[in-house]
Design a protein around this ligand. Sequence first.
Ligand SMILES: Nc1nc2c(ncn2[C@@H]2O[C@H](COP(=O)(O)OP(=O)(O)OP(=O)(O)O)[C@@H](O)[C@H]2O)c(=O)[nH]1
Ligand SMILES: [Mg+2]
Length: 321
Amino acid sequence: MTDSASSPDHLRTTKDTASQKGKAPQTHSGFVAIVGKPNVGKSTLMNSFLGTKVAPTSPRPQTTRRGVRGIHSSGNRQLVFVDTPGLHKPKDALGKYMNHEVHSALADVDAVIWVVDLRHPPTDEDQLVARQVRELPKPLFLVGNKTDVAKYPEEAMKLYRALLEGRTHDTSETVLSAQNNPQAVATLREQLLDVLPENPFFYPLGAASDQTREMWAAEIIREEAMKKLRDELPYAVATRVNSWTEREDGLQRIEGEIVVEKNAHKGMVIGAGGKQLREIGQAARKQLEVFLSRKVFLGLEVIVIPGWREDEEALRELGYE
Ligand SMILES: Nc1nc2c(ncn2[C@@H]2O[C@H](COP(=O)(O)OP(=O)(O)OP(=O)(O)O)[C@@H](O)[C@H]2O)c(=O)[nH]1
Ligand SMILES: [Mg+2]
């Protein structure tokens, strides 16, 4: 991850200016959206492409809420992955925002990866995604995921392929396990590097993501909260990091908030004697320590922003804009 918060839009302007001036860039660079219905393994796949944890993943659908960019640079090529929320039928303003993130990613990228879960045949939600990608005049990579646990991967793949019938633009297929198949993931990444247009790099060498470190840490905290909480609660929770300081001995002191919608939820997140909040904090701290290779102190507070999922202003305040 990086703590440089350069605006991607600003960087895109650089691209336009360079081509207008007729410069001939020697580098190849471009954006690849990773789309699909919820829980198929999009974020897991992006993290595998990058070899590090940029995006949160969890067994619960609708874990990803924002289009997060993950950057892979290799020689004179730079791939910018855009991990997107699972396309679904939205129930609230947050859900609408999430779907909007998918549509704007699709409009803005050079190639698209459509991830499907080969354990199951297509559902209505897969059809929803298929309708979005079928006519796109951009290279499309259909990725059948979870081969490690799929009983009939070939048969399932046939059904997904059929949803693209009539498509006339470039389409490739891969079956893999985003979790257990680094070789197949690396091969697919090579194929993606080959379709990149000539462009200057959009991000500095060494950058792994467009997120600030605070946004990234907030996502790790939310991931752990989503894994531990039950029923509707995982979806009623947002997180943010308000302060991050480094002590002289290297300890990272991070202060975060878990935001809930109702007073009643507050106690449910904290749990009896504070046990659940402590467990969420410990799990998040461990992850942060692994990826930062530093000791972390993580302070967590639970606050209420009534009905934040339906409140446009609160959504913006929580980074969903
Ligand atoms: N067995 C197995 N599990 C996988 C694989 N890829 C992802 N998963 C699991 O599937 C669940 C969902 O993974 P995510 O990467 O969060 O899925 P997503 O598509 O990003 O989900 P949303 O952000 O909710 O749309 C997690 O529990 C992952 O560990 C795989 O190749 N094999
Ligand atoms: Mg995700």
